[in-house]
Design a protein around this ligand. Sequence first.
Ligand SMILES: *Cc1c(COP(=O)(O)O)cnc(C)c1O
Length: 500
Amino acid sequence: MLYQSTRNKNVLVKSADAIKLGIAPDGGLFVPQEKVKLSPAHIMNFSEMNYNARAVEILKLFLTDFTQDEIKECVDKAYNKDKFETENIAPVYKLNDSVYFLELWHGPTCAFKDMALQILPHLLTKAVLKTGEDKEVVILVATSGDTGKAALEGFKDVEGTRIIVFYPDNGVSEIQKLQMITQEGQNVGVCAVEGNFDDAQNGVKAIFTDSAYNDLLEKYNFRLSSANSINWGRLVPQIIYYFSAYADLLKNEEIKEGEKINIVVPTGNFGNILAAYYAKEMGLPVNKLICASNENNVLTEFIRTGVYDRNREFRTTLSPSMDILISSNLERLLFDVTGHDDLRVKQWMQELKETGRYEVHDITKQKIKEIFWAGYCDDEATSQTIKETEMNYSYVIDTHTAVAKNVYDQYARETGDNTKTVIASTASPFKFNQSVLMALAGEEEIQGKSEFELLEILAEKSGLRIPKSLSQLKDKAILHNIKCKKEEMEKVVNRMLQLE
Ligand SMILES: *Cc1c(COP(=O)(O)O)cnc(C)c1O
């Protein structure tokens, strides 16, 4: 199986190259050239397997230049008792007879990004060896909060790699910031950027596409790579848990063989929901994919009208990991639903870059609408949903998951559809303790309290255990204390790699 660029079908590489490069040289994203299909019997078989066995079955279909042993080694290094606080890795929680939460936050940083970023470094180091690369890989990450920490944890002290993370100065939660600035490891760098997530992301993209700069790095024996959700090695592990959730529902006799489910995903960069789309294309019985946004609702508008327009005010919300106006992974969906029309995709992306807007044609609009439903909610509705879910079910969800639950409720009301539904639960409520407690108990309860007091209060209120990685933050030293302007990011990289 080969991979092609969404902006030029004739660029063809193996999966190891796609993972090593992160982004195609023409600025496009790598996608599999062929469709991968699973038979219904194969999908049913997953219910007899544990998470790791399911993972190997899925990954080997896409990473055909890796041996099965290599894949198994990567899977076992990523998903194990030392890294995840639950044996099931991604357990399904039953809320009521039609709604289930797929808990994707039992990994080391308490958010769903661990699902991919625990395995990516192992896939990447294998990919580097396979392609005969002799340079040291430098991972550059722009983060809206969760990716950064998850990437740092995944790559710390992995031989042959360095990692540098840029986060928006005022766009991450206190806990997220603490998690990053206390990061340990010999090969890690962390820097705050003045601006929002898109500023940080555009800065990183500019470094990747600056060919003179890349030549310079090469002279020093470094090669840039990305761990952002545009890397195929990030996306492919996310397909696994949708099959896994289905297999668990089947095993627990919540659904019958072949029964369709809805999947709701709180969406930012369109990575997680794109993985659900790929799962559906592979044969997972899916009725609707429901795309949930916060007030940065570019995707709601796009799915409803076919117009993508980023020319709007950027909002800082209670679900910061979804505060995004350019959803990079959407490019892969466009490539797929247009029947691999690379020229068209390239043109839309050009328009997006130049004018901040593009509109897809009617057939594409129609196709997208058949597959997806989209909605959004504001911060007040998010808080209300956290409170209601706790009151009705004694189950505490984080702000991102609450956006998804709220949008699902809108969907169910509007359509009357009672298909069983899996909601991707993307972060532990402890990670956004302040907003969650504010929703549950109000302002007075949190005023003047430290982050760590808040964790204790939330544990009491929710009956949940504080994840170890968060309670231990208290005793960690601050190791990363720099801030830069968005024009200075290259300089920061130079300094961290000791080029000047
Ligand atoms: C990253 C993130 C999201 C958004 O996922 P995308 O793949 O970017 O759409 C949602 N919730 C949480 C908690 C996240 O960290």
